[in-house]
Design a protein around this ligand. Sequence first.
Ligand SMILES: [Mn+2]
Length: 326
Amino acid sequence: MTETGINGLKEYINTHNRFLIIGHIEPDGDCISSVLSLSYGLRRIQKKVISAIDSQCPAIYEEFQPVSQITFEGDICVEDFDAIITVDSSSPDRMGKYQGLMDKKPNFVIDHHVTNKLWGNYNWLDLEASSTAEMVYRFLKELGIEYDPVLATINMLGIQTDTGFFKYTNTGWRVMEIASELIKQGANAPFNASMVLENNRVQEFYLLSEMAKKIKITLDGTLIYSFITLDMLEKTGCTYEDAAGLIGELRSIKGVETAILFTEMDKEEIKVSFRSKKWFDVADIAIEYGGGGHQRASGCTIYQTMDQTIDEVVNNTKKRMETVNY
Ligand SMILES: [Mn+2]
């Protein structure tokens, strides 16, 4: 396992021809953007590329024409590629069923998660990068690949979503310069913003309303949490994917430092999402339960009942928040 940086990736690209590019399960905007932009860029230099994600395409991206290039939940034949690149994925289990392909061919990891353990044969990890899409941009520029409005728009998407549309703490001057370059090259940022932010189904509001009824606030208003059960999903006509955005609503409340949302995937399988605002490190706590992420956004899955999970995680978070020095 080696950390090769951007030059290692360049060498890897130059010495292979047929690539399988994989994003993580339950893909977010950065994942989809990174898979698409890297695939698009490599095709420009006559590389053969297959792009795959072992999840359904999130509903908001279904009508985004470029996603038709990604194989969602499809079967991949190991004869069809000679090297693998994974993007935005901190651990091999994030590959879903494609995890089994990882030891068949060399694999290269491109990622910006602080919890990444350099799990590839080769790795380029940049913890300072706002998004994996930003790393892909820097890489494609390094290769001298020309941008057109389509590539600029798909590359912009991950930068927009991972920075919360330029409002999270990872929004520094470097990412603003890159965004500016992408817009010069024709990126349609308002199109992406509208696709992500103004594309909600009304059922998501019904789910928000159910979730809001279960809110608990503790530690003088600094810790907020709520939960979504399978029954609540059924009642509102939602799937667990619709629950993903709701954690941001919890964090948005005045005085809140840490927000936790528990989503029941199965009777004893609870997805836990953490967000924090200014000082509490939620990456650490997610790692403790085998998950991962960033200091201000992380997640894990716990195989217990909802009640047990809430009890354990909330107590653990309280203890950590009370002892932290900031
Ligand atoms: Mn990312």
